[in-house]
Design a protein around this ligand. Sequence first.
Ligand code: ACO
Length: 333
Amino acid sequence: MAAVLTTTRLLGVGSYVPDKVLSNFDLERMVDTTDAWIVERTGIRERRIAPESMATSDLATRAAEGALEFAGRSASEVDLIIVATVTPDMMFPSTACLVQRKLGASSAAAFDVNAACTGFVYAVATASAFLSTGSYRLALVIGADTLSRITDWTDRATCVLFGDGAGAVVIESSSVNAPPGEILGSYLAADGTGWEVLMQPAGGSQMPASRETVDARLHSIKMNGNQVYKFAVRAMGNAVKECLSRCGLTCDDLDLLIPHQANMRIIEAAAQRLGVPESKVVVNIDRYGNMSSASIPVALDEAVRAGRLESGDIGVMVAFGGGLTWGATAFRW
Ligand code: ACO
């Protein structure tokens, strides 16, 4: 019987964003909006849009390849793949199974996690729990979304917010007590009473696809922006504090905050509540907009490659999203 291993560590990071840039000025020609409004209200200047030939599993596979290369591991060594997404290639099979085939990771169990924009944090916590039992040794956790496919490009209140991309991490179980990249703990939360605030109404069993649902644009994201905004600031602050406290830490110990990138003002307000200075917050929303599950792993990958994490630094990834869901994961780099 396998020994019980209690430590998991981040071994590698990777990300992929499509080449096509859609700027605020491009959006000015599509809906009644302005670059000035979008920048002032959200901090977004441009976002990436996947070509028709690519689905979420293609973005995810590219990000995963980068993370495996960083970790110095091959796909054949991976025994668990979890993909966090709200834009799977199809309802089933899971996007994780499609990624498994594309990577040739034939020894891996594979499944998807849906916690909307909190998906990546949920998936990391799930993988970490699987690895901690000793039953699995090497996991690929991917956050990937092609939100452009479920965006209503006639709705100026939402279409300016979203973009496409994918990020991935390789996580390993370890018997060593304090290895580099150690995952210290997670805090996950949900409040299903807020389900209507942020959703894609049609296409599931409650409202199957029909001519009427397509005509009424019910296959795209519907959101009460103001309600999400208020919830987000509170949820991000609470999640960071709760996660750190479960790890025996406080905000004073924090070296780098990697927040979900939904709105620059939400990030600033949450950081201010926590007393975390701007210099310790990773921001890339100006270049990518909100990529849902992909926002955090793309930001983490960029921060690591830019040398923003030094050995021993405490990092926290924090997100909120539809469900409603929220959560955070702390690690020691
Ligand atoms: N361009 C110009 N004007 C606009 C635009 C636009 N793109 N969108 C809305 N407006 C207008 C509104 O119609 C409104 O006009 P009115 O005053 O004449 O009625 C005015 O701007 C203000 O609108 P508000 O909605 O109050 O603007 P706010 O400052 O709240 O910003 C926003 C809206 C950016 C959506 C904000 O509420 C927000 O970021 N909320 C959180 C969104 C979020 O995090 N979503 C997570 C999604 S995750 C997922 O879906 C996977």
